[in-house]
Design a binder for this molecule. Sequence first.
Ligand code: MG
Ligand code: ZN
Length: 216
Amino acid sequence: MQIKVVANVLKANRDVASENRALLKELGIKVVNLISSPGAGKTTLLERTIADLKEELPLAVIEGDLMTTRDGERIGRHGVPVVQINTGGGCHLDAAMVKKALEELPLKEIKLLIIENVGNLVCPSSFDLGEDEKVVIISVPEGDDKPAKYPVTFRRTRLCLLNKIDLLPYSNFNVDNFYRDVRALNPEMKVLQVSALTGEGMEAWYNYLRGLVQSN
Ligand code: MG
Ligand code: ZN
């Protein structure tokens, strides 16, 4: 019985996600779903991305958090449309939440929508939101064993950003072990090493976003 309930929830979510996807595709908007643990630097990475790309790529943000509008306020200061979703303790965003948030955004004016999921590496990857791509962010202080511990998220994602590489000299994070574990789970996974703090490697991430927006 338990399993059937979960299956029904996921099926209902998939139906709404398909509606979101159809709407966004019709409007020519590409969507990225950012997934990471709390503290991996999603919001900081987004802030730098927005500051560097907003003139070139009209974009909007949906911010998912358990509580508070702090991250939404940080993004809003950069002058891009943002909707904050508070899940009230829920550990992931679902497609119905995103559908509601879409009603609040100026969809005709944007080409890229970035969704910052709730900080959690377990279940967000199970809930399709209608995105084109899921992107997983791991930061150096979390340790190189994250892929092995959260295999499902890594199997469902095609791009991983390894953030906070400015901290590599001060940590025992083993980049070779990290790549080995990632590739074992997902041979197709692309990894980009970035520092949202110093800007190192960010151009490759921007090129990825540019390519996504131009793709059909
Ligand atoms: Mg955040
Ligand atoms: Zn969850």
